[in-house]
Design a protein around this ligand. Structure first.
Ligand code: AMP
Length: 623
């Protein structure tokens, strides 16, 4: 099927051909003949990115009667007749498109201008709030054929007598669900009541809430319903992936995900302005190419951020749902839900911003345990399953970033002539380096931050099904920060090893290197350290079973940056009601850690408590 076969007129065909539209997209193939040939009202369930602007735009433009508009001068005086022209006689709008935001208005108007390139004399005017109403009134006086408007500004113009709707033959409501959720319902009804009965209405919406169905029923006659995908379903090109983490790990998980996709170009949706600001600020401070978009910014600031994002000078846009509404970008690789929205429709909108125009997209949800159930609701309504993603490990991220860097090195355009004069001094300075060294250094420039950052990072994933014992621990230890971190972290020690708890974590500046040196400086014979699990406030590490008691003895009570060190068997640490390590001891014979009395060492007869007292007074470590 071609556009010509759908009945599109030659002037429009020429323009869209130049724009590279070879074949109609499905929504166009269905919509265009329904409007051109059958003249029916239409309800289109489709997201942006499905080609709906041309679907309604082409038939709309084709039906416009291009009556010449007045020039500025003619409004004042008609040259031939010498009479002043009455603006009342200027062509009145024949087609009206309502859109929720200024940005969408501008986008639609600009697309229509492109399609109408060969329709001489057609006047298409976007009218929206936040810009000079005077110049919009001026253009309406000279005459306009197509108005693309936000509801609020249009009402304003109608009330001022600057815009009349009695000539409207085609009315389009684009992103109708968005308009309703932005509170435009009353304005829309006021507008619909002013449009003459004899007109054709097209309503497009990504989702179909009840109010939209009610509007369609009230104001449209026997509309054809065209659905591209299921109602409320996102684009077929979108994969939905979720990562299950503790609430406190959401930001860390976000960074890992972003790091794993070096070429990411996406929006991170937050629930509040404050969260948006905080996440964007943190990301920027940590060197990410990110910025915030929210309602507290001035229009000028918002325009600037959106421009940077559209032109890809910005990789990550951290935005609230409302602020991102007007942003129409087609080639996002990812949408990240920093937490799930309460409303499934909001999720559909968010995820529908990727996977557009035939491209693949990924919609990621970083979800904490309490949100797990909401995920099921979303799955049910969108009719798609979320894949469970594993938060990328440090090695995976580094590998991916290295590959990304190599890819950029391969693809970078070398401006031979311009760069040649600057190369010589650089080549001289680096002449002593071998190719291999040079490569290592280039790579290190980019990756040192990441290596430093991820050194000793823990696994952030929460296994979906927890073993019973852990669940019991979780129940016992609710409300404790120790317990929050502890959840999902306990594992069995490797055979032959004992797992020990230490009351120091990353917050205390403890990373594997520091932990190993601390142990080496305190324990008087060399001990091989096994697996280390670093957490924020405390950590676990493994040492050979035979050495565990020496390690506990020698490390306990030592000072680390003003904090008194506690080390004890890990399973003793989990039995306290508050999730805090219980003061339980280690019995070397039967490995019974539960009895404080047993906590004695051959050359140290003090109890745990006595040792503590002694250490606080700064006594020797009793090696
Ligand atoms: P829309 O949903 O109207 O925002 O369109 C999404 C994108 O698809 C826009 O970049 C359009 O320019 C493009 N597009 C629309 N129709 C076609 C077509 N038939 N062939 C190729 N690209 C198209």
């Amino acid at each position: 099927m071609t556009f010509e076969e759908l009945g599109v007129m030659p002037e429009l065909l020429r323009a869209i051909e130049e724009m590279g539209y070879e074949q109609p997209m499905p929504i166009q193939a269905e919509t265009i003949p329904a409007i051109l040939q059958q003249g029916r009202d239409l309800v289109g369930l489709a997201q942006t990115g499905t080609g709906k602007t041309a679907a309604f735009g082409l038939p709309l433009l084709q039906s416009v009667d291009i009556v010449p508009v007045y020039s500025e001068y003619q409004i004042k005086k008609d040259r031939k007749t010498g009479k002043w022209l009455d603006p009342e006689d200027a062509p009145q709008p024949q087609a009206l498109i309502l859109a929720p935001t200024r940005e969408l208005c501008l986008q639609i108007a600009s697309d229509l201008q492109d399609y109408a390139k060969y329709l001489r004399g057609i006047a298409i005017l976007p009218v929206y709030g936040g810009s000079s109403i005077g110049s919009q009134i001026g253009q309406l006086k000279r005459g306009v054929h197509v108005v693309v408007a936000t509801p609020g500004r249009l009402i304003d113009l109608i009330e001022r007598g600057a815009c009349r709707l009695d000539n409207i033959r085609t009315l389009v409501m684009d992103e109708a669900d968005e308009m309703l959720s932005m509170g435009f319902q009353d304005d829309i009804e006021t507008i619909l009541q002013q449009v003459p009965a004899e007109h054709r209405t097209m309503l497009f919406s990504a989702t179909m809430p009840r109010q939209i169905a009610a509007i369609a029923k009230r104001y449209m006659s026997d509309p054809i319903e065209i659905t591209i995908g299921n109602k409320n379903e996102g684009s077929a090109n979108v994969n939905h992936v979720y990562y299950l983490v503790h609430a406190a790990d959401k930001y860390a998980a976000l960074k890992r995900i972003v790091d794993y996709y070096p070429n990411i170009y996406g929006i991170i949706f937050c629930r509040t302005k404050a969260e948006t600001q905080e996440i964007a600020k943190n990301l920027m401070e940590e060197g990410y190419n990110a910025d915030a978009l929210h309602g507290d910014l001035s229009q000028e600031q918002r325009d600037m951020v959106m421009h940077k994002f559209r032109t890809r000078h910005l990789q990550l846009l951290v935005a609230t749902d409302v602020a991102a509404r007007g942003l129409d970008v087609n080639d996002l690789t990812h949408v990240i839900n920093y937490g799930l929205p309460d409303d499934v429709e909001v999720y559909t909108h968010r995820s529908g911003r990727t996977g557009r125009a035939g491209k693949k997209g990924i919609s990621i949800a970083i979800v904490h345990i309490k949100e797990r159930r909401r995920l099921n609701d979303i799955e049910r309504i969108i009719g798609k399953k979320f894949e469970k993603g594993q938060i990328p490990t440090t090695d995976k991220i580094i590998e991916k970033q290295l590959f990304g860097l190599a890819d950029r090195l391969e693809k970078v355009e070398v401006k031979e002539e311009e760069i040649s004069q600057f190369l010589d001094p650089v080549a001289k300075k680096l002449g002593w380096l071998s190719n291999e060294d040079l490569l290592k250094r280039i790579v290190s420039l980019e990756f040192n931050r990441m290596l430093e950052f991820y050194k000793g990072s823990e696994n952030l994933d929460i296994p979906e099904e927890r073993p019973k014992r852990e669940r019991a621990d979780r129940g016992e230890a609710r409300n404790s920060s120790y317990a929050r971190e502890y959840k999902g972290q306990q594992t069995q020690a490797e055979p032959g090893y004992a797992r020990l708890f230490i009351n120091l974590g990353k917050r205390d500046g403890i990373f594997p290197k520091q932990l190993i040196s601390l142990m080496n400086s305190l324990v008087h014979h060399r001990i091989e350290m096994g697996r280390i699990d670093l957490l924020t406030n405390f950590s676990y590490f493994e040492v050979p079973e035979k050495d565990a008691r020496f390690v506990i003895k020698d490390m306990c009570g030592a000072d680390w940056k003003g904090r008194q060190v506690t080390v004890q068997p890990a399973d003793a640490a989990s039995n306290d009601r508050n999730g805090r390590p219980a003061k339980k001891n280690f019995n070397r014979k039967n490995k019974d850690y539960s009895n404080e009395e047993n906590y004695k060492h051959h050359d140290d007869n003090r109890t745990f408590g006595e040792r503590m007292q002694h250490k606080t007074r700064g006594g020797h470590r009793g090696k």
